[in-house]
Design a protein around this ligand. Sequence first.
Ligand SMILES: C[S@@+](CC[C@H](N)C(=O)[O-])C[C@H]1O[C@@H](n2cnc3c(N)ncnc32)[C@H](O)[C@@H]1O
Length: 392
Amino acid sequence: MTLPSEQDGRAGDELARSLLDSGALTPEWAETFRAVPRALFLPDLVWSYDMATGRSVPVSRAEDPQAWERSAYANVPLVTQWDDGRHTGVEPGAVPTSSASMPSVVAAMLRDLDMTEGMRVLEIGTGTGWNAGLLAHRLGGSGVVSVEIDPSVTKQARDALKRAGLSPEVVNVDGRHGWPEGAPYDRVIATVGVRAIPPAWLEQTRPGGIILAPWGTHHSDQDALVRLTMADDGSARGPFLRMVEFMKLRAQRLDWNRFARHIPEFPGDADVSSTRVTLAELGDRYESVRFVIGLCVSDCAHVVNRSDEESGKAWFFDLASRSWAAVEFHSGKPDATVYQSGSRSLWDEVERALRWWTDHGEPSLDRFGVTVRPDGSVHPWFEAPENGLTIG
Ligand SMILES: C[S@@+](CC[C@H](N)C(=O)[O-])C[C@H]1O[C@@H](n2cnc3c(N)ncnc32)[C@H](O)[C@@H]1O
């Protein structure tokens, strides 16, 4: 086993202390966090991802070892692969496809798994192998299986785990199928965002077991962490915990470029009306209102092109037909112009969802949840599974 260097130890201690202070890290995971240093799992070139701006900055161990070391123990996500490995070079690629997740997110997800000794865990999305290493340190290697779709990422994770002296089972397969050979699991943790919960995950989790996954609709790239408990009838249900954003499961990525071809001519034959809803009311990244609109308005993707705080154009695209809507917001003008085209009046649906949300006192995300049936279909609810979310 490679022991943490003195410098690793100090930086790791500092990170653990700050995560303990914030409550993300619980005392039972603190020793594991110190013993399994994140730096051991990182390649020599990483991209530090700025959550506020969405920009990625390359950090090379060879060129600036101290900056690399600082990044390893900073509470930021580090991209480790672009474009499924097709991109090379120092500059960021188009789509980040593997990473070492943000330490506070990793710690809080381990806390939310609520694990005890002897449990069996399946992780979907091995990535660098750091999280699999943390799990294996706490539970012992024989209790942990981690699956990764990318062969070269799998190899790097296996090598890093070996260096760290940890031996979870790491399998190079598509995580949509889980890993039936190791089932049943007490816990399934996805460290990759999903748009549909694969039925295999339900089949492979024991009744009473927990599935923790970043789930979302195609409304935006945001995910909310959902904590599902398996019922005896093969379904699972549970509440959302908080907003997160993960790279998406390979087969469930939305190709946002397709919307460039969605509207042949603007405004074409669209119906034109107006609204008093403001751009701010539609919510920003990580605001629950935006996520709740996605829960209420099914199969609808949206993009906002902002000019400033109050002005810009919001686009809404039906995923199943050519229906679309666009709303132009102008700073200082109370009325925004609405264009709607196709069989669905998408903006009317969005406005109804917004009205429902304000009429219910702007409820926070943790008051919503989902039931996932054995076939994988997802049914959102408000406050309790009996209160299905259907906004008329
Ligand atoms: C955010 S990273 C995981 C971080 C990781 N747990 C860690 O500790 O570093 C997401 C990973 O999921 C992998 N992934 C994407 N689609 C997948 C799939 N269908 N099955 C398994 N892994 C997948 C990606 O290749 C990527 O490595």
